[in-house]
Design a protein around this ligand. Sequence first.
Ligand code: C5P
Length: 208
Amino acid sequence: RHGTVIAVDGPAAAGKGTLARRLAAALGLPYLDTGLLYRAVGRRVLDVGADPRDATVAEAEARALTAADLERSDLRGPMADMAASAVAAIPAVRAALLDFQRDFGRSRGAVLDGRDIGTVVFPHAQAKLFVTASVEERARRRFLELRGRGVAADPAQVEAEIRDRDAQDANRPVAPLKPAEDAMVLDTTALDAEAAFAAALELVRERV
Ligand code: C5P
């Protein structure tokens, strides 16, 4: 299984992270949450008081990113979500993060989750999953996750934020959110985390 790369893409709050982490553990592969990279860049841009749509600042912050930035505790939440999506639409930011993602996967293989892993980062990945669920179900899961972390949230607002972010991610010109032609689509609307993992493992095992 040396050098095996598994791409897990999909819209916001589809459960990609949990699934990808479990797949990695089951297959003995390293795991990378690529959304964290964009989140950390967005945070750095907010820290310097700039607009996350400012391409010059965002590119500089992407190039200055450190491992410590990925450990920050403020990378989740509505502000961080939208800042990540804004910097992710900037081509120079994506270019600055590409080598790190490729190097991570290349050496020992990996499971990576994101939006463009199967389309751009690893177009020749051995297995590509596109994990999705209805927007209502994704909003419900995100709301419960926030509540579990003690964050007060309004269900309608959570759903609106997910719709906005998906629209922004799917409509950007560079590396838009979409399934790769050869991706296996896994709709988890009616599946709990356990069933989703079992289905994903079965799909992936046919390829690796
Ligand atoms: O996956 P997560 O929700 O943490 O990603 C945060 C944001 O980062 C996404 O909304 C998307 O704009 C961006 N992203 C991306 N490409 C990836 C991973 C994340 O554009 N491979």
